[in-house]
Design a protein around this ligand. Structure first.
Ligand code: GRG
Length: 316
């Protein structure tokens, strides 16, 4: 049986070979350099707030959201310098959300990206302040973005505000914390959409806005991001099983124990079929948006290939 990851992985290797991996690595380096520029170190003696912000934003993450933003835009034929700053803004928001998510009053996590979480390293009050400061820095960066019209800049800022707010990430986190242990699969999927899908959605939306894509393309990109977000959240759940090595994920394992997740509700086999269906949908929506362009596919393929054997997409 042809696996879903092959739809993302198979063709592109023949068409593109290694140079595209290099392109992604180069973009990742540019991004991290630009984040360092936006978050300069606190000097000597070092300032714990600045260090906490840098620790959250510069520790080794996959950079999935900013890379998605830049690669989708390139697949749409756009290489505006504004993309890099928009990508930094998205990554800073992600870093801010991870700080809060890890805190004792939320997920109470000790390990993130293979290192002690920000509140463990710097204390809880510094962690909260660093999160707020990163969020604020993200809006500031976006409001200063060059090479785009004021109208486009306003659309970007508005999209960011909507994504974070009470109908976005914050709502998703609230539902996750207060939704209860006995939720339907649809309710869990909605929470996942808000926790993971919306920030992926923002990334592709920003790419589309900067590339001045038409509404039809934007809609296909949003649908792609939602399907990819569902798939990613399921992959995340599948990796969060006791006995799985936290060296693979860089974070505490077993944090979902007792929580309502798709895996806990549907069981392993149905969950894997659901994951495969989301990946199929993601690929179809991506085709609607960018045709057969390969950059975004290469990134998505890499993300799911690295899911490892825990995610067995050969399941019937
Ligand atoms: C103030 C921005 C802000 C948000 C407040 C706390 C909160 C509301 C939301 C938390 C949302 C959250 C952390 C969702 C989890 C999403 C997720 C799958 C994170 C892991 O992403 P990866 O795997 O991590 O891309 P890396 O480390 O690779 O960046």
């Amino acid at each position: 049986m042809v696996t879903e990851t092959l739809r993302f992985n198979g063709i592109k290797r023949e068409l593109l070979g290694d140079p595209s991996e290099t392109e992604i690595d180069d973009l990742r380096r540019e991004l991290e350099e630009r984040i360092r520029y936006f978050l300069p170190d606190g000097g000597v003696p070092s300032d714990p707030l600045t260090e906490a912000m840098r620790a959250a934003a510069l520790s080794t993450g996959k950079r999935m959201r900013p890379l998605l933003l830049m690669l989708v835009a390139r697949d749409l034929g756009c290489s505006s310098p504004a993309l890099l700053d928009a990508a930094c803004a998205v990554e800073l928001v992600h870093a801010a959300s991870l700080i809060l998510d890890d805190m004792p009053c939320m997920d109470d996590a000790k390990l993130r990206r293979g290192k002690p979480t920000v509140h463990i390293q710097f204390g809880e009050n510094v962690a909260i302040l660093a999160s707020v400061a990163l969020l604020s820095r993200a809006f500031h960066i976006l409001s200063q973005t060059q090479d785009i019209s004021p109208l486009i800049r306003t659309r970007l800022v508005c999209a960011l505000a909507e994504t974070v707010g009470a109908q976005g990430l914050v709502r998703g986190q609230f539902e996750d914390l207060h939704g209860g242990h006995k939720r339907s699969v649809d309710d869990i999927a909605t929470t996942n959409e808000l926790k993971t899908g919306v920030l992926l959605g923002l990334s592709v939306e920003m790419a589309g806005i900067i590339a001045q894509a038409d509404e039809r393309v934007l809609q296909s990109l949003r649908s792609f991001a939602m399907a990819a977000g569902h798939a990613f959240q399921i992959k995340d759940d599948l990796l969060d099983v006791p006995g799985n090595d936290c060296a693979q994920t860089g974070k505490d394992v077993g944090k979902d124990a007792g929580k309502a997740t798709i895996t806990a509700t549907l069981g392993m086999e149905k969950t894997q079929r659901r994951l495969a269906a989301h990946l199929r949908d993601a690929d179809d929506y991506l085709t609607d948006a960018i045709g057969s362009k390969q950059r975004t596919r290469l990134l998505v393929g890499n993300l799911f290939r690295k899911a490892g054997p825990v995610v067995d997409l050969h399941a019937p």
